[in-house]
Ligand binder design. Sequence first.
Ligand SMILES: C[S@@+](CC[C@H](N)C(=O)[O-])C[C@H]1O[C@@H](n2cnc3c(N)ncnc32)[C@H](O)[C@@H]1O
Length: 270
Amino acid sequence: MNSNNKLSTIAASYKTDKLEHGYTNVYENYFERLRDKRLKILEIGIADGKSLLTWSDYFKNSKIIGIDIHKIDTKEKKLDRDNIEVHQGSQSDENFINEIINKYENFDIIIDDGSHLKKDVIKSFHLLFPFLNNEGLYVVEDMQTSYNHFFGGNPFDLKYSNTHMNFFKHLTDRLNYQEIANPFYISDKYDAKITNISFYHNLVFVRKGINDKSSKEVINHSYEDMKFNEKSSRTGNSFKYYLKYKVFYKIYTFLFMIFNIIKKLLLLRF
Ligand SMILES: C[S@@+](CC[C@H](N)C(=O)[O-])C[C@H]1O[C@@H](n2cnc3c(N)ncnc32)[C@H](O)[C@@H]1O
C-alpha cells in the first residue's frame, strides 16, 4: 500500500466500514494536515482490526493503540506491526483505562468505536478527555445509537432524555460558559477546555483547547454587575445605577431563576 494514498483509498483496501458509513471523508478533512506528525492515537473497539490497519498506514509516524473488550489475535488480524499496540479491556472499566493512561500518558486523537452504549460512551469520555492533548480530537462514531433504546438511547424524547447525543449537545454550552448570566452559576469540569464541537451524520468531534476568554457581556456571570460597573464609571452616578442594576435587576434575575427552578421541577427536567 502506497503510504501517500488518500484515507478513503487506504480504508477501501482494508474494507473498513468507516468508508460505507461516510466517515472517512470527514476524517480526512481533520487528519490530512496531521498525517505526518508523531501522534498517539487511541481507538476504542478493534473487531477485525480494519480501522487500526487503516490508521497504521495513514499515520505512518504515529503510534496506534487499540483497545477491545474481547481478546484480539494480533497475528491472525495482521496487527503485529511496529506502530500498533493492542490491549484487552472495557472502555468503561476505570482500572483498565487508568492502566492505559499510565502507560501512554496522553493522546492526540481518541476515537470511540466501541460498544456504542450510552453508559460506555459517556463514561469513556469522562475518563479519557482529561488525557487528550490540547488541540487534540475526541471522536465518537455511530451516534445513531442515541436514538435507539436498545443502546440506552431514547427515540421518544429527543430533547430532554439523558442520552449520549444530549450529553454532547449539552457540552456545547461549555463553549460559551463565560457568557451564562447566572450569578449562581456552578462551574463545570469542561469549562475552558473545549474549543469546538462538530456534529456530522452519526459522528461527533470534540476539539480540546484553552477557551478562557472573558465575556464582554457579563462579569462573574452577572449582567447586572457588568452594567453597574460600566454605567457608574461612565456617568459617575453610582446611586442611580446601584438601585437599577444591583437592586431592581438583581431581584428580577433572582425571580427569573426561581421561576425556572419551579418549571424544571414540575416538568421533571433534571
Ligand atoms: C464496531 S466494532 C469496531 C470496529 C473497528 N473500529 C473498525 O472500524 O474496524 C466494535 C468493537 O467494540 C468492542 N467493544 C464492545 N464493547 C466494548 C467495551 N465495553 N469496551 C471496549 N470494546 C468494546 C467489540 O468487541 C467490537 O470489537
